[in-house]
Write a protein of this length. Sequence first.
Length: 197
Amino acid sequence: MRLRESKKDATRRALVRAANRRFHRDGFEFTTIEDICADVGISRRTFFRYFANKEALAFPHRAERLERFLELLEGAPLGESPFTSLRTIAHLLAREYAANRERLLAQQRLVQSVPSLIAREHQIDQDWEQAMERTFASRFAGTPHAELRAKMLAGAAIGVIRATLRHWFDHDGRPDLGKLGAQALDALQDGFVAQSR
């Protein structure tokens, strides 16, 4: 089983590498699934065991990132403020983003150049927002307006995350993303607390 999983992982990584080469060299629209399959030496049928479509190749770590984010958020100490949890997670993820700066910048340039990928990115944001909303609703259970508070905080948090990342990308990933995230969450918390009084 380990060998089989290792081979599957190697094929998946090979598909991502081949796709990225093609996307950045030939353009996303001009790259076909057949091109990518030929580069890796697999059939079209095999391709669909790994990815649902070509767009999914531009976001190869979508599921893993969300899963890890939720593990961190749901694993936070009971009674901890959601803002404290988000700051801790932002600090961890900022280090990972900084370590993969060039790859992430290239991915973002690709996404912003293709309307279908922009739409896909928007869907990913919605997935994160809904996941946060469920987690916050569980935390706020038994308090007044728990469902509304969870919805508001999740919506505001994804807006802060997106705006912070956009600023980071716009400045070629040079600002300290951890500090940017902390400042953004501080501002959000101040407004959120003020509004709840």
